[in-house]
Design a protein around this ligand. Structure first.
Ligand code: CA2
Length: 149
């Protein structure tokens, strides 16, 4: 049976492709999903792809991923990256690898974007590759799955 991976997206990522193209590019969230579906298929994963503007909803989905024994979880926590202890706590309960993705290079931007709570729970962090970072994260998960910490 194919292993399932979750790709979760945080607040305002539903606006991708409509505003600030100089930072986030012109691709929409639907394009990101298409990219993730194709990368998942290539690596033999079943994909669950979601976006929410609500912190509690994201926490619930992380708990769902754990309960469903997902093989891995990729998250772009967006604005919750720098604020959410609740998302960090949920991620810390995951036994399977977590990869944090950011479309932009958060280290080239405002200082406040550089501190991520989520990174404490992430086995790997990818930023600055645009939406291609999601495909890189899916490919990277194949290495992390099964690899001991
Ligand atoms: O670079 C990323 O992926 C971010 O996670 C995006 C977040 C930002 O708060 C992080 O610092 C870095 C913002 C997501 C909002 O996305 C928008 C996309 C288009 C237009 C407006 C917002």
């Amino acid at each position: 049976m194919a292993k399932t991976i979750y790709v979760l997206n945080g607040p305002n990522l539903n606006l991708l492709g409509t505003r600030q193209p100089h930072i986030y590019g012109r691709a929409t969230l639907a394009d990101v999903e298409k990219l993730c579906r194709s990368a998942s298929k290539r690596h033999g994963f079943t994909l669950v792809f979601r976006q929410s503007n609500h912190e509690g909803q994201i926490v619930d989905w992380i708990n769902e991923a754990r309960a469903e024994k997902a093989a891995g979880l990729i998250i772009n926590p967006a604005g919750y990256t720098t604020t959410s202890v609740a998302i960090l706590d949920a991620l810390l309960t995951m036994e399977s690898p977590v990869v944090e993705v950011h479309i932009s290079n958060i280290h080239r931007r405002e200082e406040f974007r550089r501190h991520s709570y989520v990174s404490r729970a992430a086995r790997a962090v990818i930023c600055g590759f645009g939406i291609e970072g999601y495909a890189l994260a899916i490919s990277g998960l194949t290495t992390l799955i099964g690899a001991k910490e």
